[in-house]
Ligand binder design. Structure first.
Ligand SMILES: Nc1ncnc2c1ncn2[C@@H]1O[C@H](COP(=O)(O)OP(=O)(O)OP(=O)(O)O)[C@@H](O)[C@H]1O
Ligand SMILES: [Mg+2]
Length: 308
């Protein structure tokens, strides 16, 4: 069993309209609602590869129920902590004049009592998981030390934890030395506390973290692919060139692919090929975290692996 944690899920609403005018009535031509949030995306990809997955996190109100219903439909075992507030919606308005307007809700505020309930759910529900995946940011009311706390709890139980977050949550999370982290370059810069230019500087920063006791560092570099450090060895997996259609969920697809590789005993080059195949297939597909498996297989073979 793999457990994913999404503290701040969202319904991603995409509208299309001829144009958007401030202070006017704006009629939309179409709307599409998708259950989102980084850990939910990871769970979605894992289900497409038939892995048993549990999903934890905070859910509230109608939007929370929408996400939970969808998750159940695709076979995710849901053990969300239900809260009083309403799960957020993230609104994207695509207008024909080329503008993309985003409206992001703040999400619910989590009370101390709700956080305590979540920690109980976490301890109970991760017991039968070999792997715990912590993804994304957290809503108001959650301390920035949350991932550090969750990693410490899981490590005591002998679980492997994958961490994919940003900012202060990431800074504090790495203090507990998770099994693996997947920063993008911006997130790695936050950890290194400096700007990183070129592969060499990125590799140096990743090796430094690896020496500090994080076993697997997988740096994602968008169209440039992945840089992977383990036991001081640095590998660059170049992504094949594709026409990127929608890169939302590429990081989540990479994390899911790493988990798939781990669960099926793949490592090094084979693991990296799996990550490139799935994440690049996600970039080439309109709906996020929906992976055409044939395309992923094809792209896997096209990844170029270079040991630095
Ligand atoms: N334009 C692209 N072309 C080809 N592959 C891409 C592209 N964008 C992303 N990828 C693939 O997806 C992986 C992860 O993407 P990226 O580095 O953008 O993650 P991220 O910044 O964590 O994204 P997010 O958190 O928004 O999901 C890359 O390492 C690469 O393999
Ligand atoms: Mg990311």
């Amino acid at each position: 069993m793999i457990t994913t944690v999404t503290l701040n899920p969202a319904v991603d609403k995409t509208y299309t309209a001829a144009r958007l005018l401030l202070g006017q009535v704006n009629r939309m031509d179409s709307v599409k609602n998708i259950a989102g949030g980084k850990g939910i995306n990871v769970a979605k990809v894992l289900r497409q590869y038939d892995y048993p997955v549990k999903a934890l996190g905070f859910m509230g109100g109608y939007t929370g129920r929408f996400i939970e219903d969808y998750a159940k439909e695709i076979g995710i075992q849901c053990h969300f902590t239900h809260v009083k507030g309403e799960t957020r919606s993230s609104i994207n308005i695509l207008s024909q004049d080329g503008y993309v307007t985003e409206v992001l809700e703040p999400g619910p505020t989590i009370s101390e009592a709700e956080l305590t309930l979540f920690l109980e759910d976490y301890d109970r529900e991760t017991k039968d998981s070999s792997l715990v995946i912590l993804s994304g940011s957290a809503p108001t009311g959650i301390p920035s030390s949350i991932y550090k706390e969750l990693i410490q709890r899981s490590k005591k139980q002998g679980k492997k934890v994958l961490l994919d977050t940003s900012g202060q949550f990431l800074k504090e999370g790495v203090m507990a030395k998770p099994f693996m982290i997947k920063p993008n370059v911006k997130e790695l810069e936050i950890l290194a506390d400096r700007k990183l230019k070129g592969l060499e500087e990125i590799a140096d920063a990743a090796v430094f973290l690896n020496r500090q006791g994080i076993e697997h560092i997988l740096v994602s570099m968008g169209a440039k692919g992945l840089l992977y450090v383990r036991e001081g060895e640095v590998i660059h997996a170049k992504a094949p060139k594709i026409k990127a259609v929608n890169t939302v969920g590429c990081g989540d697809s990479t994390v899911a692919a790493f988990a798939i590789a781990l669960e099926s005993g793949l490592s090094g080059e084979d693991m990296l090929r799996m990550c490139i195949g799935i994440s690049v297939a996600n970039a080439a597909t309109l709906e996020s975290a929906v992976i055409p498996r044939d395309l992923a297989e094809e792209l896997k073979e096209k990844a170029e692996i270079v040991i630095l």
